[in-house]
Design a protein around this ligand. Sequence first.
Ligand code: BJW
Ligand code: ZN
Length: 247
Amino acid sequence: MNRNKDIQRIRRRLEKAEKVAVLTGAGISAESGVPTFRGQDGIWKQYRTTDLATPRAFERNPWLVWEFYNWRRQLIANVQPNPAHYALVTLEKQKPGFILVTQNVDGLHTRAGSKNVLEIHGCLWEVRCTRCHTLSRNEKIELPDLPTCERCGGLLRPHVVWFGESLDYQLLNAAIEAAQSCDVMLVVGTSAVVQPAASLALQAKAAGAFVAEINLERTVHSGHLDVTLVGPAGKLLPQMVQVVSTQ
Ligand code: BJW
Ligand code: ZN
């Protein structure tokens, strides 16, 4: 079967690779029960991005935005990492030059045990003061609809990247560097439509890496990458890392 051949091919590439980079999106957490953004049951089918995930939305209606994030904090606190998250933990142990770039804000990679993680769209478990910009970890469930800063009383916001906001410069640079210097990149569970994250896969490919995509369906990038494996990440990723030699 073609899929088995593709899995073998990826395994061989991973075995030989020194530097492995992985880019993940919402699809990797779908089997944990976390809704994705786009597609049939996606969050953006039910809600408009402009009402919830832009700085303008937060200025206009912080209650609504916090209600949305409190709902997601609650949901995510009650789910567990799945076999796809754990497969990446195994891969990291086998590859010293491993880096995981995630668009997800759910923290499930770290909960699974991944260490070298760049959360380029921020983290649901961190809050930032809109007045004094203090950043703090906050795992309280749930926060008041208008949480305030202990230092200055300013309004707190989720420490995530909304549309129209720039990504953290250092994190983005580190992600670009990882993409441009890796031997193999795995692109897992992302629709590849949100920039600048989406372009990391193409940057890796342009720099000569072997790039494999794992997704339930083909994406806008599929034709440009080395392999697209269509199927659930929770089933496919463990098959890829299981017998990778540590030599
Ligand atoms: C499975 C699976 C299973 C399911 N196994 N697979 C026009 C052109 C180009 C760019 C722009 C443009 N207009 C505006 C822009 C810029 C904009 C952008 O890219 N927009 C596009 C949508 C057009 N980008 C930005 O604004 C970014 N900032 C920026 O560019 O700054 C510079 C700038 C500043 C000012 C003006 C212009 C430029 C910031 C982007 C921030 C994105 N934020 C969000 C919310 C984060 C916080 C939160 O979570 O609440 O990030 S939006 C949302 O999308 C979230 C995700 O990280 C991101 C990506 O989504 P992802 O992960 O790919 O999820 P899905 O749902 O799309 O896909 C899931 C996939 O999984 C699917 O393919 C499924 O098939 C698959 N799947 N189950 C395997 N079991
Ligand atoms: Zn403050």
